[in-house]
Design a protein. Structure first.
Length: 225
């Protein structure tokens, strides 16, 4: 069970995070298309065919756009605003295309980024990778305790250690990742702060639980008077 989150964490740090960062850097450096330029930003006038604005748990936000070449593009968004909810069939919009995908859609002074536009949110990816890595470490710790013969005995139980550490790791990584994202700190701050903090909290919690476990042979009943 620890192998699955470990593989997810490794994929996020080794593949997803570098690829997303590289793609964002390429997009930020792209310039409007000109003579002899391939990896560029192309601006196209398109017409809105129809839109879908569906809120809720299974929300869906997209617009179908068509151009002069009778080719249609389905552009997906993360939310209905500020532009998508105002679009009507037949509206003329301006789409910014990069590497064959629509990055932004604009109409007048309103402009909205699509779900395909690269974003500088490596801190959040690092947060997810850090959390899955901590979950793998937690599972490995419990597996070692079971092999050593402590499985199912205090403090090595889900209620005493497992659940508090899992919740604590989730809250810590989310708080650090969100703070780093809002402030603009580099992504490596997330594991650099979260891992030592969670490790220290786990050590302190383990020591506290061990002190609260009564010695073997003792019961809660008092001797009869």
């Amino acid at each position: 069970m620890s192998l699955i989150p470990a593989l997810i964490s490794g994929f996020l740090f080794a593949v997803a995070l570098p690829d997303d960062s590289r793609r964002y850097a390429d997009y930020a450096a792209a310039e409007p298309c000109g003579d002899g330029t391939d990896d560029c930003l192309r601006t196209l006038p398109l017409t809105v065919d129809h839109t879908v604005v569906k809120k809720g748990r299974n929300g869906k936000f997209e617009a179908t756009l068509s151009g002069t070449a009778s080719r249609k593009a389905v552009v997906r968004f993360g939310d209905p605003g500020p532009l998508l909810a105002r679009l009507e069939p037949g509206d003329q919009v301006t789409a910014t295309v990069w590497r064959g995908a629509v990055m932004t859609v604009a109409k007048g002074d309103l402009r909205q980024s699509s779900a395909d536009e690269p974003r500088d949110d490596a801190q959040m990816t690092a947060g997810l990778g850090t959390f899955t890595g901590l979950v793998a470490a937690l599972g490995l710790g419990f597996a070692t305790a079971w092999l050593a013969g402590f499985g199912g005995r205090e403090p090595w139980t889900w209620r005493s250690l497992g659940m508090p550490l899992l919740i604590g790791a989730a809250i810590t990584t989310l708080a650090v990742a969100l703070t780093a994202f809002l402030i603009g700190l580099p992504w490596w701050v997330v594991p650099g702060v979260s891992v030592p903090f969670v490790a220290y909290a786990a050590r302190q919690l383990h020591r506290y639980r061990r002190r609260s476990v009564p010695p073997r042979g003792m019961t809660d009943s008092s001797p009869a008077a």
